[in-house]
Unconditional design. Sequence first.
Length: 251
Amino acid sequence: MLIIADWAMKFLPHTFHETQTEWFGKQGISWHVICAIMRHSQSDDNEGEEFEVISNIHLIDEGKQGWHLVSQMFANAFQTLKGIRPHLRDAYIRSDNAGCYHSLPMLCYMWKFRNELSLCINKYNFSEPQSGKDLCDARTGTCRLHMLNYLNEGNDITNAVQMKSVFESHEGIRNTYISVVDHMAEPRPPVICGQLKCFQISQYNNFKFQNDGMVAFKAYATGGKLLSAKDMTKLSELLIMKDENLVSSYI
């Protein structure tokens, strides 16, 4: 399964027939889109095969768009996808170079829990700026049209729970599952800067997770550098552990 993830532009709360003065001073609602591409069947025959796209959208009223929030949304999306398609086993992730994705804490978390999540994470690839996110943008456009029609019917959208109700109205959006992040604990900042002085993560765009460590490539299969399992374990111990201090709940 190939996963493409991206943050959508914040949605400004709307009320039906609001005045101009009510428009100013609004706090946007963050929403994150995860699109999973997979084959319909488990057959290895590639002739005439069809693909399907399943989307997971997470809505956040409050909270920083940091790596800790993104990691928990991935974990929740993996659990949802595994429940829908039990035969799924491996995940390959692709996103842009935003700091919440392209960071050492995020990759350390993914490496540490690569075999403990609902799906096994094999690779994480970062796309070029403004590239590789068209699938998420297309799903976002469908959602915005759904919200516009809902507003024109005389309804309000002022918080994440109402946004969830919008997306699930009129039989919902096809192959799209909505979650509201109800609570997100702020983790202590991980002190991992300077732990690997010879490794500049901004110079690498492709990462492969293995039992003996994480292999970083500057380009696809080019300029590989192995971060040993010992180094990755040491860095992972400095992060907030998944089940202890980092708590998320979803509706």
